[in-house]
Every structure is written in C-alpha cells, then in structure tokens.
Design a protein around this ligand. Structure first.
Ligand SMILES: NC(=O)c1ccc[n+]([C@@H]2O[C@H](COP(=O)([O-])OP(=O)(O)OC[C@H]3O[C@@H](n4cnc5c(N)ncnc54)[C@H](O)[C@@H]3O)[C@@H](O)[C@H]2O)c1
Length: 255
C-alpha cells in the first residue's frame, strides 16, 4: 500500500513488493531508514535491524507495520537470532540490504587497532554474518535478492579511510563471489555505491565535505530518498538476470 503524499507513492506503482519480506540493516537512520520507508510504501513487510535503540524506536513509531530488530550486525549470534525472529513472524525473507555502517576516519599511520577492527567488523563481517544466515532460507525459497552497500572509497580509495575503503572493497569482492555461488539458486547479489546527505556525511569535516561535493558532477549530495529506486530495481523480481554488479548511485562521482 503506497504512503499517500510521499514521493514514494508514484514509484511504488513501478516497484511492487507486495507479500515480500525485506530486511534492511542500519535501517533506522539515513539511507537505511529511507529504504525501510520506500519498501514499506511499495507493499513489503520490512524488518529494520539497527544497533541504535533510540533510532530504532523512532523508526518503529513512523513505520508501525515494520519489524524492529535491535541487532549489532557484527555480532553473529545476534544476527542469527534476528533472522530466526523474522522467520517466526513472517516465514520468509526475500530481500536483504546490507547497509549498516560506521566511520572511524584517520590516516593509516594513526589508525588504532580498535578503529580498524570496528569498521571491518560492522561493514564486512556484518555483511558476511547476515548473508550466511539468509542464504539457506533463500535457497529453500529458490528466490532471493541481496544488495550490499559499498562506497566510492571501496572503488577508488580515499585519504583517511583505509579501514573503510578496505571494508567496502572487501564487500565488492564478497558481492561478486556470492553472486557466482548463488546464481543457480535464483538468488542475485549486487552492490550499490551511493552518496547521500546523512548523519554519516555530516560527520565529515566541512572542508573535506565541500571538496567531495565539488567532485560530484550533479553538484550536490543526493537526498537519502534518491537511493531507494536504484536499490528497489536490483531488489525487484524483474532484475533476475542482473547479478554481481556495483551500481553507482552517486551523481556521477565515480565517472
Ligand atoms: N551517506 C553517504 O554518502 C554514503 C556514501 C557511500 C556509502 N555509504 C554507505 O551507506 C550505508 C548507510 O550510510 P548512512 O550515510 O545512511 O549512515 P548513517 O550513519 O546515517 O546510518 C547508519 C545506520 O547504521 C546503523 N548501524 C551502525 N552500526 C551498526 C551495527 N553494528 N549494527 C547495526 N546497525 C548499525 C546506525 O545506527 C544507523 O542507523 C553505510 O554502509 C555507508 O557506508 C554512505
């Protein structure tokens, strides 16, 4: 059912996720929240997995039909429990968006072990933890769509982001490998590389953010809402023959 009065109303007529179950990690804020809204508007039951209980409570009050899951994606046991919870409630998982993320930016010679590990744990281990849990379910369904969120840094590198770039580049390798492993089971695995005006971008120092913005051909960061259509396309039934790609949703930044 479309959310009246939102920009998603018209789009949800193109993207029909009625009866589908979509799990979005980091789904309580930023791009993830916008995806949760988008898929809800397009008829899906959305499970919102997030480590921030306050953001999760807010998201759940905005989207009362969604399933809130307080999960740290780097904790494999918690991820397993969350997937079991969703299965018990709605018996299937059609789409997973591995979106949860953090930044701990610092030039490589100053990076602490903790900053290195935290970023790898959330982005790369989190993507692995959830993918490993949902693949057996998707294999039984003979249907699944996995969309991993990577970044310009993972494709091209970025000063101060050795940890983040390594994690995001790892996600691209993980996407391509799992795409090959899972194609024969009706499961596609793709990645998107967005840029969007979120808390994460707001946390970048002003001078660096302006410099980055000046490199975007469209001339601005996107709104988080502009990421949904690209993700929904890859998550749609119609995209069955597209797997292993990295779709930039970045205003031309990666050209
Ligand atoms: N915003 C951008 O321009 C941009 C650019 C490239 C890639 N990305 C990627 O997009 C994704 C979303 O970024 P965003 O800008 O919306 O960030 P954000 O900080 O606005 O939101 C991230 C969400 O992830 C959640 N989260 C953090 N750690 C978690 C964990 N361990 N387990 C579960 N949830 C956790 C947070 O609570 C938050 O709700 C990230 O993977 C990020 O790397 C963003």
């Amino acid at each position: 059912m479309a959310l009246p009065g939102t920009c998603f109303e018209a789009m949800s007529t193109y993207f029909d996720f009625d009866g589908r179950v979509v799990l979005v990690t980091g789904g309580a804020r930023g791009i993830g929240y916008s995806l949760s809204e988008f898929f809800s508007a397009a008829g899906a039951t959305v499970a919102i997995a997030d480590a921030d209980p306050h953001a999760l409570a807010n998201a759940a009050s905005e989207l009362p039909d969604a399933i809130p899951l307080e999960i740290d994606v780097s904790d494999a046991t918690a991820v397993r429990a969350g997937v079991v919870d969703v299965l018990q409630r709605v018996a299937r998982i059609d789409v997973v968006v591995n979106n949860a993320g953090i930044l701990r930016d610092r030039v490589v010679w100053k990076l602490t072990d903790q900053e290195w590990q935290d970023v790898l744990n959330v982005h790369l281990n989190g993507t692995f933890n959830l993918t490993r849990e949902v693949v057996p379910i998707m294999r039984k369904q003979n249907y699944g769509r996995i969309i991993n969120v990577t970044s310009f840094s993972g494709l091209h590198g970025n000063i101060g982001q050795a940890n983040y770039a390594a994690a995001k580049a790892g996600i691209i390798g993980f996407t391509r490998t799992t795409a090959k492993e899972l194609a024969r089971f009706g499961i596609t695995v793709n990645a998107v590389s967005p840029n969007a005006e979120t808390d994460m971008v707001a946390s970048i120092p002003d001078d660096k953010r302006s410099e980055l913005q000046s490199q975007i051909p469209v001339g601005r960061f996107s709104s988080p809402d502009e990421v949904g259509p690209g993700v929904a396309f890859l998550a749609s039934e119609q995209a069955a023959y597209i797997t292993g790609v990295v779709l930039p949703i970045d205003g031309g930044l990666s050209i």
